[in-house]
Design a binder for this molecule. Structure first.
Ligand code: NDP
Length: 415
């Protein structure tokens, strides 16, 4: 059996994602936490040329990070490598539930395993609907990229990773089935609705879309080329690679402030480059950033290009948008936190969206298709908080329960 080795750090959400992928495939792996060991960090960098984690090896071959692992897992190549064809994996369970056509029938399918998805899972399972929750790649959603949770009522200074685990346990305890899989196709023009994933095809009476949002990229020269080689979207995962180095953080929101503050644990200086002369971040995070001696601000400026020596980042071309002046700023790393784009590609032309591609819902969380609901960052570009996503997930679940009750002519509580 090939041996899997995974290099991780202490606060790495993307590492958790990679672990979840392997666990869902019942594959054992050796975890090597490099946090605190400059020697191991340098060894990994030399071996892979990368300054990010996780880095995964199967036998001696470097297969890449969590994205590369997800591709292997979802394409079935990982099963092939281990000669498994599904034995002992969730595929066995799936086959048991399928009808003769390979279709599995469900009351409710929840697409997405973030706060909204798990809240919908808790509520629909307590309504005895035996929901299926398909996690997608980013288990835990946006929260999986946060270190501490400070603003969810009742959870003060809680580790976000523990909070995610708690949501999943709670949903599963009440009967939500959680599958690590990715939805590839939907057909909402028929009822029951058709939902296809890599592993299986389903029919569902109601669907709740909780696919969230993904970090926005800058789309500038050098950004892709130096991804993992000095360009990062996760300070907590990759900060350790930048001990006593100079970093840029791009963005002026809560995420940029929080991550810049975290990076000061390692970096010698952190420059926040923001396109305006005023931050968008909440007052409390602004104050923490302003008070931090290692953080400096470069106002009204954008990064036009990320430059490097072919191996790693060496500088950033900055432009002041008020004066049009440009400068090459010598730097070791660029951390990008410029907001998010909703994960709605799958629903293009199927579900009504606004001009920014967020799903449009009414006050019952219903989309333009009766029986299809949406909750969380996939529709909310105003509040985008874990607490509001959780609330919307619960509301969508109650609406889905009501929809199914009406469909089946059964009494609905409160009617
Ligand atoms: P935001 O949308 O709040 O902020 C994005 C920032 O990036 C803005 O300052 C924006 O500039 C800037 N930006 C956007 N596009 C570009 C671009 N192309 N080039 C340069 N700059 C750009 O996103 P966040 O990820 O910071 O936060 C998302 C949500 O999550 C928010 O609701 C936030 O409150 C929440 N959050 C809360 C945290 C907490 O409470 N601890 C931690 C992290 C997030 P401009 O201001 O000019 O639009």
């Amino acid at each position: 059996m090939p041996r899997i080795k995974m290099y991780t750090t202490d606060f790495c959400s993307y590492c958790n994602r990679a672990k979840r992928i392997l666990e869902s495939k019942n594959l054992e792996f050796e975890e090597i936490n490099i946090h605190g060991s400059a020697e191991m960090r340098d060894e990994i960098e030399e071996l892979t040329g990368r300054r990010d984690v996780p880095q995964i090896f199967i036998d001696q071959a470097h297969i890449g990070d969590d994205d590369d692992l997800a591709e292997l897992a979802f394409s079935g190549k990982l099963d092939e490598m281990f000669n498994r064809e599904g034995e002992g994996t969730q595929m066995e369970e799936i086959k048991k539930n399928s009808d003769g056509n390979g279709l599995e029938e469900r009351n409710v399918i929840i697409i997405g395993g973030g706060t909204a998805g798990f809240a919908a899972g808790i509520y629909t399972s307590r309504a005895m609907l035996e929901p299926l929750l398909i996690t997608g790649d980013a288990l835990g959603g946006q929260l999986s990229l946060t270190l501490d949770l400070e603003n969810y009522p009742g959870f003060f200074g809680t580790e976000a990773a523990k909070f995610i685990q708690g949501m999943q346990e709670q949903a599963e305890r009440f009967g939500t089935e959680v599958r690590f899989d990715r939805v590839t196709e939907v057909d909402f023009n028929r009822h029951p609705f058709y939902v296809k994933t890599y592993d299986q095809a389903y029919l569902a009476k109601a669907v709740i879309i909780c696919t969230g949002a993904s970090p926005r990229t800058l789309n500038i020269p050098g950004e892709e080329k130096y991804g993992g080689r000095g360009v990062s979207y996760c300070a907590t995962c990759d900060g350790f690679f930048f001990q006593e180095q100079r970093l840029i953080v791009v963005g002026g929101g809560d995420a940029a402030m929080e991550e810049a503050i975290f990076l000061t644990r390692y970096a010698s200086e952190v420059y926040i480059v923001h396109r305006r002369d005023q931050l968008r971040a909440s007052q409390i995070l602004q104050e923490r950033a302003f008070k931090n001696d290692k953080i400096k601000f470069i106002w009204s400026s954008i990064v036009e290009e990320i430059q490097g020596d072919g191996e790693k980042v060496t500088g950033a071309l900055l432009k002041n948008v008020e004066t049009d002046e440009t400068q090459v700023f010598p730097i070791d790393g660029v951390f990008i936190f410029v907001g998010h784009i909703p994960n709605t590609e799958l629903f293009e032309g199927v579900i009504e969206m606004d001009e920014q591609d967020y799903i449009v819902v009414d006050n019952l969380q219903s989309t333009n298709i009766e029986g299809v609901f949406a909750a969380g960052d996939v529709h909310d570009h105003v509040f985008r908080q874990a607490i509001t996503a959780g609330g919307a997930g619960a509301a969508a679940a109650i609406s889905a329960d009501k929809f199914i009750a009406e469909l089946e002519n059964r009494a609905y509580p409160g009617q």
